[in-house]
Design a binder for this molecule. Structure first.
Ligand SMILES: Cc1cc2nc3c(=O)[nH]c(=O)nc-3n(C[C@H](O)[C@H](O)[C@H](O)COP(=O)(O)O)c2cc1C
Length: 196
């Protein structure tokens, strides 16, 4: 069990430490959790840059609140990841259902996995739609011609920007699955080991 493991604090499956960040004078994040988090962001950065990487093709889940309320999900391309800002970018046609869903309910989840590393990453956050603004124009400018071809024109192009406030890392190991949760929603990082 990693250093700092101990009291259950959030339910029957939770154990281990709560990190509130050195700036606040609390215990520092354990080295192992720190490494896992850094590796997760690095894997996402790599995934955004390389179409051969499984993480280039995550599933984006959102919620429908109109007519037929419930979950929805679809495969997307991970276009950018900026760990320092805890943000990931996805592109879409502005006319798609996901855009309307996100406008009505910005809460989304992205899930991807790397088969070779047997790891799954789940990211939760609030998404913002950029359409016809400077950020969308910048993303469009940097888009390769074959990607632009997915859109009738720049008018249809939208940038979905997600600021991640929760990240779940899972290692699917035949011996023992390992799972860690990172959560920034308190305005500071809370890290936990999770069972299962
Ligand atoms: C491999 C693959 C990559 C895709 N990438 C994107 C993408 O980056 N953005 C997007 O809007 N749709 C993408 N799609 C299509 C979506 O999965 C989905 O079918 C479409 O966007 C409509 O979804 P919605 O009605 O839920 O918005 C991709 C589909 C596949 C199979």
């Amino acid at each position: 069990m990693p250093a700092g493991a101990g009291m259950a604090d959030g339910g029957p499956f939770e154990r281990s430490l709560r990190y509130t960040g050195p700036m606040h004078g609390h215990e520092p994040l354990s080295d192992e959790l720190q490494q896992i988090l850094a590796a997760a962001w690095s894997a996402l950065e790599h995934g955004a840059a390389d179409p051969r990487d499984d993480l280039h093709w995550p599933v984006l889940a959102s919620v429908t609140v109109a007519r037929d309320p419930g979950p929805d999900a679809r495969t997307v391309v991970l276009r950018a990841c900026v760990p320092a800002e805890r943000r990931v970018d996805v592109h879409s046609d502005v006319g798609t259902g996901k855009i309307a869903q996100i406008r009505a309910m910005p809460r989304v989840c992205l899930v991807g996995h790397r088969r070779d590393a047997r790891t799954q990453l789940r990211l939760w956050g609030d998404a913002t739609i950029h359409h016809g603004d400077a950020l969308a124009a910048d993303a469009w400018q940097r888009l390769a011609p074959h990607s632009r071809a997915n859109y009738r024109s720049e008018k249809d192009f939208a940038l979905i920007r997600v600021v991640v406030d929760r990240l779940d890392w899972l290692l699917v190991d035949p011996g023992a699955h390992r799972r860690a949760a990172f959560d920034w929603r308190d305005g500071t990082l809370n890290a936990h080991w999770l069972d299962a």
